[in-house]
Design a protein around this ligand. Structure first.
Ligand SMILES: [Zn+2]
Ligand SMILES: [Zn+2]
Length: 381
């Protein structure tokens, strides 16, 4: 006799849930997976009605499932969010160009507007050309720094209130372990937060913070979602690789290990005497930075002046002393739009929208009768 689903006791159990080891049916799996994400959103009050939310979309499994689930929950629970797909084109031939094709199909499949911003367009350098200049060793540093700022730039171009990313529980647990192994307390404090707001940044959050990677893969598989599964062609982050393997070993012995690490990370308090970086503005591009010049500007200056090691941790001694400036070398620079300008544009777009009165309440409770800006947070759904 086939085993019945442990939740509905009705349908045939077809899978064992990685998080709880329950044997359940497909419908119940969809239900528990989606409901847990909904609970994460509501419990943490991630959004407010009328928020313009960008889904950081790479075409990979996490962000594809996130786009699908965000759209589903927004409709099912009437969050009242305006959803957008926001993609970064790092300029990696044979990897990102293919995954962006997936995002373009997702745009049609989910009927969501899509904005793609590229490193080439923003910085004048694609990752392919950066790797040509710096080699394969440190290129992830460039990519990570540039991506963070590119997402903020894209978000301001769309005048978003909020960016959601597909980081899952495994990613968060790995990051906690890495920060412990490195003794990086400021980062340890921040990496467990579900949403980071900080002054000057667009709010970013991780609705999949408690969702297991294995369940995301399972969800994508059963729902037959269209995603791209190739790994980045450039060197993977070796240190994270070790943390990942270690975590997988722990999970194999005890599946709750992933959540337990996250709960432990959340409960840890950063001691008062740990010095936290103070935020200020980069004097060149206006981005938030704890230094006079932000990391992206430092890395770019190194690239432009042919000293690519500038700004990379282990080569702090690299300096520009005696290096002629770009014009003299015949090098190139790209005029980057200052963040003040981006903020100003975003504010103007917002004003225009409110004058056209497009952001009025569409809540099911009042059926639009109140005709008011509705900014209630999603706590009572
Ligand atoms: Zn069931
Ligand atoms: Zn800067």
């Amino acid at each position: 006799m086939p085993r019945l689903c442990e939740i509905c006791q009705n349908s045939k159990a077809v899978l064992r849930r990685p998080k709880t080891a329950q044997r359940i049916c497909k419908q119940c799996f969809y239900h528990v997976f989606e409901t847990e994400v909904h609970n994460t959103i509501v419990d943490n009050q991630l959004f407010r009605r009328g928020d313009r939310v960008g889904i950081g979309a790479s075409g990979g499994k996490d962000s594809t499932v996130l786009a699908y689930v965000m759209k589903t929950l927004n409709e099912r629970h009437n969050y009242g969010l305006d959803l957008y797909l926001l993609s970064i084109d790092e300029g990696i031939a044979g990897y990102r160009d293919d995954s962006l094709e997936t995002v373009k199909r997702n745009k049609e499949q989910y009927s969501l507007p899509l904005l793609i911003v590229s490193y080439e367009q923003l910085y004048g350098w694609s990752m392919d050309s950066i790797v040509e200049a710096v080699g394969r060793k440190n290129n992830c540093t460039f990519c990570g720094v540039f991506r963070r700022q590119a997402l903020d730039r894209g978000a301001l171009m769309l005048d978003l209130d909020h960016i959601v990313t597909g980081h899952n529980a495994d990613d968060v647990a790995e990051t906690i372990l890495m920060n412990i192994f490195r003794g990086d307390l400021p980062r340890l404090g921040r990496c467990t937060e579900i949403a980071t707001a900080g002054d000057g940044y667009i709010v970013r959050s991780k609705p999949f913070k408690y969702a297991y990677e294995k369940e995301i893969v399972m969800y994508a598989y059963f729902k037959k979602l269209d995603y791209f599964s190739t790994e980045c062609t450039y060197s993977p982050n070796a240190y994270r690789g070790y943390a990942r393997e270690f975590l997988k070993d722990l999970e194999a012995v005890r599946p709750s290990a992933i959540l337990d690490i996250i709960y432990s990370g959340e409960a840890m308090q950063v001691a008062q005497d740990v010095q936290m970086p103070v935020a200020a503005q980069c004097e060149r591009c206006g981005y938030i930075s704890s230094n006079r010049v932000c990391k992206a500007c430092t890395l770019l200056e190194g690239l432009e002046r042919g000293v690519p090691k500038l700004g990379i941790a282990r080569s702090a001694k690299a300096s520009l002393e005696g290096v002629p400036d770009v014009a003299k070398r015949g090098g190139r620079t790209v005029e980057r739009v200052h963040f003040d300008k981006l903020w100003e544009n975003a504010r103007r777009m917002r004003l225009e929208r409110s004058e056209n009165n497009t952001d009025v309440c569409t809540g099911s409770a009042c059926a639009g009768v109140c005709n008011a800006q509705n900014t209630g947070s999603l706590t009572n759904m």
